[in-house]
Design a protein around this ligand. Structure first.
Ligand SMILES: Nc1ncnc2c1ncn2[C@@H]1O[C@H](COP(=O)(O)OP(=O)(O)OP(=O)(O)O)[C@@H](O)[C@H]1O
Ligand SMILES: [Mg+2]
Length: 398
């Protein structure tokens, strides 16, 4: 079950917002509704789900509805229509007490401008959310302390925010969002006020933190690079509408319309796409099958070499047609003639790194996981095709 399921979620600002709902259903644009009905469409019939443990990025230009959407998710604002199911339970229908419990246990938020209180200490800031929720002093100190350790600020408890760098201040904000150990962390433009270099560091740290604490993170940004770097999936918004949801690769390679296309046109694909995206299924054989079967397989599938892997799919090497024919004649085994010097890379190797590997060897690059199991192979043509912005057909011949 997804941790969050959002159905037809709509927020219209202004008097008589429900009238706007009818207009939306009649297909009126945000602009027309603003002009003729004097209502502002914040979010327009958003449908999506969020998986447990993923980093879901909401991206879009200023005014596209990102903050409105994320504030609806913890009901800092109430929707005009729609459902928000947290593990199946509709947040929109919760009464005040249920909502209080939900915010206390399940959700945390980090804001753009850090939202720190200058006269409180780092610890005082980190425990603020818990204090509002009425957690007793001893307990909230303990939890805030743990959260500060988690973001690498152990030892800074008694400093004041202005004694900290921008990156460290943002970490205090992050600790505050994490202090109640929430299932979902909402981050609205959390890194946007940081210098570019510090910002990159924070993105990296967030990914590391995420792999340790396994939170579900909903991260808002208007920065495409940031979205591509940290998002498992990205939702792109325009005028309150989610125009596309997909993995970074899907957004880049299969933009849903001209708007998305324009959004992503300047991206350097070689720095975003990975081996996993362009690899195809290799023709394979187990060593004990012998050179005769190897030759037959090559003939049947029209290739001149086979990847040799054991029962656990661990990559052993490559056998060519010439070597197989020679082995057959000399009564040798596959293992005797195996070529083990083959270029290999992990699934998340970027295409620009793959280029270097490919330049050094005529063989395709073998893609292996951390246990050296063969996941696929990458052929030069596939890389070039992907960089030209073409979708790579699954298992397609290049
Ligand atoms: N409280 C409000 N009252 C009226 N209109 C609002 C309110 N909050 C947001 N809006 C309108 O809703 C739309 C979406 O705004 P929102 O703040 O969600 O955009 P955003 O994508 O977060 O933009 P930014 O990148 O500038 O933060 C805008 O047209 C905005 O003017
Ligand atoms: Mg915003």
């Amino acid at each position: 079950m997804p941790i969050l399921e959002v159905k037809q979620l709509t927020k219209i600002f202004g008097q008589d917002a429900r009238k706007g709902l009818t207009l939306l259903q009649q297909g009126w644009s945000k602009e027309k509704i603003a002009r003729e009905a004097k209502l502002t469409v914040g979010v327009n019939q958003a449908d999506f789900h969020i998986k447990e443990g993923e980093i879901f990025v909401i991206m879009g230009l200023s005014g596209s509805g990102k903050s409105t959407l994320v504030r609806l998710l913890n009901r800092l604002i109430d929707p005009t229509a729609g459902q928000i199911l947290f593990r199946g339970q509709d947040i929109v229908k919760m009464n005040a007490e249920e909502l209080r419990q939900f915010r206390r246990k399940n959700i945390g938020m980090v804001f753009q401008k850090f939202g720190l209180f200058p006269h409180r200490t780092v610890l005082g800031n980190a425990e603020y959310g818990l204090e509002v929720q009425g957690v007793d002093k001893k307990k909230r100190r303990e939890l805030a302390q743990q959260a500060l350790e988690l973001v690498g600020l152990g030892g800074w408890e008694n400093h004041r925010p202005d004694q900290l760098s921008g990156g460290m201040q943002q970490r205090v904000g992050l600790a505050r969002g994490l202090a109640n150990d929430p299932d979902i962390l909402l981050m609205d433009e959390a890194f946007s006020a940081l210098d570019p270099l510090i910002r990159k560091d924070m993105q990296q740290e967030l990914l590391e933190l995420q792999s340790r604490v396994k939170k579900t993170i909903i991260f808002i940004t208007h920065d495409l690079d940031e979205a591509l770097r940290i998002g498992d999936r990205i939702a792109l918004m325009k005028d309150g509408v989610i125009v596309q949801i997909g993995t970074p690769e899907e957004i880049l390679i299969q933009p849903a319309n001209k708007y998305v296309e324009r959004f992503v046109e300047d991206v350097d694909l070689s720095k975003v796409l990975t081996a996993a995206h362009v690899m195809k299924q290799p023709e394979m054989i187990r060593p004990e099958r012998g050179p005769r079967v190897a030759l037959q397989l090559m003939r049947d599938s029209g290739v001149s070499s086979l990847y040799v892997a054991d029962k656990e799919m661990k990559l052993l090497g490559v056998i060519t047609a010439d070597d197989a024919a020679w082995a057959l004649k000399e009564q040798k085994t596959i293992s005797d003639v195996l070529r083990t010097e083959i270029p290999s890379a992990s699934p998340d190797t970027l295409l620009n790194e793959l280029f270097e590997l490919m330049a050094e060897s005529p063989l395709p690059v073998a893609v292996v996981d951390e246990r050296e199991r063969l996941k696929g192979i990458v052929i030069k043509g596939a890389v070039l095709s992907a960089l030209a912005g073409n979708a790579v057909p699954e298992g397609g011949d290049i």
